[in-house]
Write a protein that binds this ligand. Structure first.
Ligand SMILES: Nc1ncnc2c1ncn2[C@@H]1O[C@H](COP(=O)(O)OP(=O)(O)OP(=O)(O)O)[C@@H](O)[C@H]1O
Ligand SMILES: [Mg+2]
Length: 228
């Protein structure tokens, strides 16, 4: 009950567009911290932080509200632990990948090796209160808000979240945020970029959820990419 109230409050805050506390954040740090926490709650698991190509993890700097981004990763990790068999390994893959027009994304993926999410459910799992209708999942007692919160928080950060199948089976939840190299964050932001961001509200949200309206303090983005 406490968690339900907490989740509903989180969604209410997003809906009313409370300003984000935007600061430099490295998704690699968040990945390492989430892995550390998960190892403590599930010592039987092998939880590794890797690069997007399976090698060493790479720094993945962005700008964001650290507390909220930590919640995004925690929600994904809770699901990976909850919906996969005991002992099943989990990888957190972090790094930077190019998108169009010379821009790139900071990416964090939670890759599990459980039953995965069926195509029918995949379209709906980001909706509020949606839970996949399997008896095993029903027993676990979530409320179906975790991924809705993930989608809303990531959208608020001008990012996207997508669900893919892990090679060999399982669910991979991948969040992409604008890559903002640390050196670009030394001075305060280029306001030309802000103006440009305002002109380009269109953004592909692979989960099909529209982003909330721009918060009163607009999240500062490196630069909006076209054609995503
Ligand atoms: N990694 C996963 N593997 C398999 N199924 C998943 C996974 N993550 C989510 N799901 C399915 O998607 C549904 C929605 O997930 P979501 O996190 O939104 O809600 P929940 O986990 O049921 O509850 P809450 O997160 O609010 O405690 C889950 O009920 C589950 O059926
Ligand atoms: Mg959940």
């Amino acid at each position: 009950m406490g968690q339900l109230v907490e989740d509903l409050l989180t969604l209410a805050r997003i809906d009313e567009q409370r300003p984000l506390d935007m600061k430099p954040v490295d998704l690699m740090v968040l990945g390492h911290d989430a892995a550390f926490d998960a190892r403590a709650t599930a010592p039987d698991r092998t939880i590794t932080v890797i690069g997007l190509d399976g090698g060493h993890p790479r720094s993945a700097p962005t700008r964001g509200d650290e507390a909220r981004l930590r919640q995004v990763v925690a929600n994904l990790m809770t699901n990976a632990l909850r919906y996969t068999p005991e002992g099943s390994p989990i990888e957190l893959a972090v790094g930077v990948a190019p998108v169009l027009h010379g821009h790139s994304d900071a990416i964090l993926e939670v890759r599990d090796h459980g039953p995965g999410i069926s195509e029918d459910d995949a379209a709906k799992v980001f909706e509020r209160f949606y839970r996949a209708d399997t008896s095993r999942h029903r027993e676990t007692g979530g409320t179906g808000l975790g991924l809705a919160i993930v989608a809303a928080l990531v959208a608020q950060h001008d990012g996207s979240v997508r669900l893919e199948e892990t090679p060999g089976g399982g669910a991979t939840l991948s969040i992409r945020l604008p890559h903002v190299p640390a050196e670009d964050q030394a001075d305060d932001v280029d306001h030309a970029d802000e103006a440009e961001a305002e002109d380009d509200q269109e953004h592909a949200y692979s989960n099909g959820i529209s982003p909330p309206q721009a918060p009163s303090t607009k999240p500062v983005v490196h630069k909006q990419r076209e054609g995503r």
